[in-house]
Write a protein that binds this ligand. Structure first.
Ligand code: MSP
Length: 529
């Protein structure tokens, strides 16, 4: 039976429509999910929306709707975005589901039974935008001496009777866990930040609110709802059946990766493992905090007017070019920037002109000069050498990098193999061989056919739609990574008499336009939109 692999994204606040940062995380997670499936793992992939908390209450009030109405409407946009971007999630959770209330109350009760929950009075700083409590020493000074959270969000002094979680008790167990499992928090830079935060001492955490009622009710405590992060983090176990000992629970928990952004590492690497330790639940294997996506190097914000809608972007460039660009351009884990010019330049150079062109001209020549026939031909040393380069990139270099979530590194290795193929094409010049040595032309074209098939299989996690259409045209049915090192596929194509039809290109070039703004609105044009 295939080995399980449970992967989650953060669940987004649906207080507005999704932006490109949300799409970035969903795409990266989808690349992991597809990659692991193609490697034979039994993947469970969960994403969704985080609907509780004061931020949602306030956003709903501003729009004159109830928080539930806002959550339902906006969650629809997140799901639509995921579907448009080919995100192959198995479960889209919305934290207002009754099942999630039951799981949240179960973990709460387990923490109560462990003696880690007590009644107290919270007096301190709270940021609604971050949905986070801060110590005075963490705050920074904003304009006019206004106090701001470390993320630059406004904070307000809050005084409220609330339930507390004995987070302080977990300082040592958490540090021990980080020491023993260096892979638990990744990349290392985030691990270091978390470790120094925890070493600095942990205060107990206020885990309920009584000034509003939009949230999961605290068991046996009328008037209290759970602090939004308690129920939000719990979504990861709701999705696999906790507290019931279901087959899914036994199979998928603990999660292999919680993929999240760098701004919420503390919640996942400090609070969440502490809740789990208290409740006697195994800890996830890894929390990976990716970097932020910036618009031309600038942070996206509604006030600057440079928040970009991923649906518009996918419509402008195509789903696969957008996916490719984001995974290729940004060194995963670090912040990265996008701009219209960078997307067009990168996708045209690599997808359209290099890989797309290689596939298109190889298939075209087979169609025109060999009647589309795929048949065995003797291999020359140059052919064997090229196929070895391609095989190493596709079955060793790319998978190794993707296993480490170093997507840009893996794609770069793949791209080098694509370049090697184009160089081979030009050196062998099959269009000349057509007249001088038709047998040799056939060997060259068959070598290219094999190389394109391997390259297409390996890059499927990143550009699944286009590679699917390409592999369909090539009659390739076995598309997982194991098929890369199995040469029988070619013999069976030959045996069944497969013929390539007139090929249809799958990576059309993008247009740069007279100015960038022709194709895609610049931030200045979005202002006031
Ligand atoms: N609801 C919480 C997460 C709860 S998880 C139990 C939340 N929501 S969010 O909508 O603000 O963010 C969702 C995810 O998108 C987070 O992982 C966040 O880091 C990520 N991103 C938000 N803006 C981003 C960019 N500009 N770039 C990349 N990722 C970004 O936090």
């Amino acid at each position: 039976m295939a080995e399980p692999f449970y992967l989650t994204t953060a669940i987004s606040y649906p207080n507005g429509k999704p932006h490109i940062g949300h799409a970035y995380e969903a795409i990266a997670a989808d690349v992991i999910a597809r990659f692991q499936r193609l490697r034979g793992r039994d993947v469970r992939f969960q994403t969704g929306t985080d609907v509780h908390g004061l931020k949602m209450v306030q956003a709903a009030r501003d729009k004159g709707v109830t928080p539930r109405e806002l959550a339902d409407e906006m969650s629809g946009y997140f799901k639509e975005m995921d579907d448009l971007l080919d995100i192959s999630y198995d479960r889209f959770i919305q934290t207002s589901e009754p099942e999630h209330y039951r799981t949240s109350q179960a973990i709460w009760n387990a923490m109560v039974e462990a003696g880690d929950i007590y009644m107290g009075r919270y007096e301190g700083w709270y940021s609604v935008r971050d949905e986070a409590f801060y110590d005075e020493k963490e705050l920074v000074d904003g304009e006019g001496g206004q106090k701001l959270s470390p993320n630059g969000a406004p904070v307000e002094w809050t005084v409220e009777e609330s339930w507390f979680f004995r987070l302080s008790r977990f300082q040592e167990p958490l540090l021990k866990h980080y020491e023993e499992h260096p892979e638990f928090i990744q990349p290392d830079s985030r691990r270091n930040e978390v470790m120094s935060f925890v070493k600095g001492g942990l205060s107990d955490l206020s885990v309920s609110r009584s000034s509003f009622d939009w949230g999961v009710p605290v068991p046996d405590s009328p008037g209290h709802v759970m602090y939004v992060w308690v129920d939000a983090l719990t979504n990861y176990i709701t999705g696999v059946g906790y507290p019931d000992d279901t087959p899914d629970w036994k199979r998928y928990w603990p999660a292999d990766i919680h993929l999240i952004g760098k701004d919420i590492v503390r919640f996942h690497a400090v609070y969440w493992p502490a809740f789990l330790m208290s409740a006697g639940i195994a800890l996830p294997r890894q929390v990976f905090g990716h970097g932020f996506l910036l618009n031309r190097g600038e942070k996206m914000s509604k006030s600057v007017g440079n928040v970009v809608d991923p649906v518009d972007m996918a419509n402008a460039y195509g789903v696969d070019p957008l996916r490719y660009f984001l995974m290729r351009e940004v060194s995963f884990g670090q912040d990265g920037s996008y701009s219209h010019e960078a997307i067009v330049t990168r996708c045209n150079a690599e997808l359209a002109n290099s890989f797309g062109n290689l596939a298109q001209r190889s298939l075209s020549m087979i169609f025109k000069n060999l009647d589309g026939e795929v048949s065995a031909a003797p291999e020359h040393a140059d052919d064997i050498e090229l196929l070895a380069i391609v095989r190493t990139a596709c079955s060793e270099e790319l998978p190794k990098a993707f296993d480490e979530l170093a997507f840009s590194v893996g794609i770069e290795a793949w791209m080098k193999a694509v370049f090697a193929c184009n160089q081979y094409f030009d050196t062998q010049a099959p269009w000349t061989l057509r007249k001088t040595d038709p047998e040799r032309m056939k060997s060259v074209l068959m070598t290219l056919f094999k190389a394109v098939r391997d390259l297409a299989i390996a890059i499927q996690p990143v550009v699944p739609g286009s590679t699917g259409r390409l592999l369909d045209q090539m009659g390739v049915n076995d598309r997982d990574f194991a098929a890369l090192s199995d040469d029988r596929w070619f013999d069976s194509l030959v045996a069944t008499g497969f013929r390539v039809a007139q090929p249809v290109g799958v990576f059309p070039p993008l247009e740069l336009g007279e100015t960038a703004a022709d194709r895609y609105p610049l931030p200045s044009q979005l202002q006031g939109a």
